[in-house]
Unconditional design. Structure first.
Length: 202
């Protein structure tokens, strides 16, 4: 089946810069964590460009009235962050997202009808992807058009797996790598974040 979901790899130079730092096996772990956060920040910045609802008002300036545009808080945002990769992406993006509610590591039991969802996912691969989260949201009545999926890096196989069940899903990522099935890794990849991120839970 041809992949039909919308996968966006923004050409932003800062995303390329921080991805290169993640790829380098000699990058110190503390800098690796910073790079992961920065990837989250800039992917979110790009993803929100046409997704955030806003309202038009007018303000009084020193020289008369002017058009003003504000984020419409009548449409709340729910962040679902997978641990630890998704949480680290969210750490980098939280200053970009206005007034979001964080659900850590699991899907909430109730989603408001007008709530937009951002999923910060682990790396998307054939056997490592956010399909279960998407299925949980579908059970709660949340359609793909209300969901943004953000992942540091993906493989074509992982994306195709999502496309088969959620062809209208929008995904933002820094790069699409090849996947080695025998070793369950991406090539060239970014190493294993589990061993390198400073955001860890026991």
């Amino acid at each position: 089946m041809a992949m039909s979901l919308k996968v966006i790899v923004p050409p932003h130079p800062l995303i390329k810069h921080w991805l290169s730092i993640l790829r380098d096996k000699n990058t110190p772990n503390i800098l690796y964590s910073t790079a992961y956060e920065q990837i989250g920040r800039w992917l979110t910045y790009e993803a929100l460009r046409d997704w955030l609802p806003f309202k038009k008002e007018f303000v009084e300036t020193d020289n008369g009235k002017a058009d003003a545009f504000y984020i419409d808080n009548n449409y709340p945002i729910r962040v679902i962050a997978q641990i630890p990769e998704g949480l680290t992406l969210w750490y980098g993006s939280k200053e970009v997202i206005p007034n979001a509610t964080l659900s850590l590591g699991k899907t909430p039991s109730i989603i408001s009808k007008n709530e937009g969802i951002i999923i910060y996912s682990e790396q998307i691969m054939n056997n490592k992807n956010p399909l279960e989260t998407l299925k949980d949201l579908e059970m709660l009545g949340v359609e793909s058009k209300r969901i943004l999926l953000i992942s540091s890096i993906c493989s074509n196989k992982g994306l195709n797996k999502i496309a088969k069940e959620y062809p209208n899903q929008v995904i933002y990522t820094s790069c699409i790598d090849n996947e080695d099935d025998s070793r369950n890794i991406l090539i060239p990849g970014i190493g294993n974040p589990i061993f390198r991120l400073s955001t860890m839970f026991k």
